[in-house]
Ligand binder design. Structure first.
Ligand code: MN
Length: 279
């Protein structure tokens, strides 16, 4: 191998796929773009419209449109009328010329700690990247009076610098990163911790239209830090960045044995002839 070839291999530009759930026009995506650009060549594939709380939904019964758009005079990207998981899937299978090295999702306007991980489209975008065996990171920032995405961009950059130091170790892994409110200053540090399991204190606001139709709005309060110590939510409330490695294997492995040992029916009745072992 020639020296030039060797150097070329070592210095190959990293390719980074970006998505989000707040839509391709969201300022958080632009902030993520600014941070990611420092580390490689960035391709954006994001939903055309806001898709918060869509979880890991995908589009199966209608076609999706994918349009090349130019956003904020900053980047060109694919604007897709689908969910965040659709965007990553479509980009990976159809839109990208080459496989990326990393998938980033966010920066979401609003935290995705605790059980919100399940509802989050931001997290789903990253998890979809991990499905493809890639390192994937979801970034969310706590809602506050002055959402300063310039500051979040600097925080994301500092975090990426550490994570990209050993990117191969993150293959197929999804990291969920929550940035605290930055109004009062920059984060106090980083906590690597599990997600909180306490649900939101949910309630519905209720109204009735003139025609008698009932209207409900989901509302609620998040748990406070004392209720979920040493979790992502607590870390974020205390002013730290939380970093949580996520599993998308939802199998409860410890339950397989006990459940498998139950007295399951040996047969549900006569089998169709062709499927019988002795046929
Ligand atoms: Mn969102």
């Amino acid at each position: 191998m020639s020296l030039a070839h060797g150097v070329g291999l070592i210095l190959r530009t990293m390719r980074i796929l970006l998505t989000n759930d707040d839509g391709i026009l969201a300022p958080g995506l632009a902030a993520l773009y600014d941070a990611a650009c420092e580390f490689g060549e960035v391709v954006v594939a994001a939903p055309e419209t806001p898709q918060s709380a869509m979880g890991h939904a995908i589009t199966i019964s209608t076609p999706m449109t994918a349009r090349r758009v130019h956003v904020h005079d900053k980047f060109h990207g694919w604007s897709i009328d689908g969910r965040p998981a659709d965007c990553v899937k479509l980009a990976m299978r159809e839109l990208l010329d080459e496989r990326p090295d990393l998938v980033l999702s966010g920066v979401n306007a609003g935290s995705n700690t605790g059980v919100n991980v399940i509802y989050s489209g931001t997290v789903a975008g990253a998890v979809e990247g991990a499905f493809f065996g890639l390192p994937a990171i979801a970034f969310s920032q706590r809602l506050s009076k002055e959402m300063d995405f310039g500051k979040s961009s600097a925080v994301v950059r500092a975090l990426l610098k550490v994570l990209l130091d050993d990117l191969a170790a993150l293959d197929g892994l999804c990291l969920n990163v929550n940035i605290p409110a930055l109004d009062a200053g920059l984060p106090r540090g980083v906590h690597v911790c599990p997600q909180a399991l306490l649900p939101m204190q949910e309630k519905y606001r209720y109204d009735r239209r003139a025609d008698g139709e009932r209207l409900y709005w989901l509302d609620g309060y998040e748990p406070d830090a004392t209720e979920c110590p040493e979790t992502d939510h607590c870390a974020m409330l205390d002013g730290f960045v939380s970093v949580t490695p996520l599993r998308f294997d939802m199998t409860h492995h410890e339950q397989l044995g006990a459940l498998g040992a139950r007295a399951w029916p040996a047969s549900f009745g006569p089998q169709p002839r062709e499927s019988r072992a002795d046929a």
